[in-house]
Design a binder for this molecule. Structure first.
Ligand code: ZN
Length: 121
């Protein structure tokens, strides 16, 4: 073997080692990327199911309110002492803590509540 071929062989060996090392680091990068993607998917799963649960709960609340509207004809505000039709925009703005429900206009009037001037219950 002459000197030139020896040099060529060593250069080739070094190149092979470099390629091998790059390959290993590339594989590691791919692995870490895969892990990251897995982590993202895993962290997204509970939040989406939580969102589903939340929307289900909201739907339930809405249904409850719908049912309440069927039974209750008037909604009063214990702070302003005014009563409204359930679909009145002002009835919707009443703080839930101040909401009072009446089944009839007379009941509301008897308790000292005045009819709202906008929805005219
Ligand atoms: Zn009203």
């Amino acid at each position: 073997m002459n000197n030139f071929s020896k040099l060529l062989l060593s250069v080739l060996t070094i190149l092979l080692i470099i390629i091998y090392l790059q390959n290993v680091s590339l594989k590691r990068e791919i692995e870490s990327l895969k892990n990251k993607i897995d982590g993202i998917q895993k962290s997204e799963m509970p939040t989406s199911s939580l969102g589903k649960k939340l929307s289900e709960k909201m739907l339930e609340e809405e249904l409850k309110e719908e049912k309440l509207k069927e039974e209750v004809i008037f909604i009063g505000n214990s702070k302003t002492l005014k009563f409204h039709l359930p679909y009145c925009q002002w009835a919707r703005r009443i703080n839930p803590a101040n909401k009072v429900y009446f089944k009839s206009r007379e009941e509301a009037l008897k308790r000292g509540y005045k009819p709202c001037k906008i929805c005219n219950p």
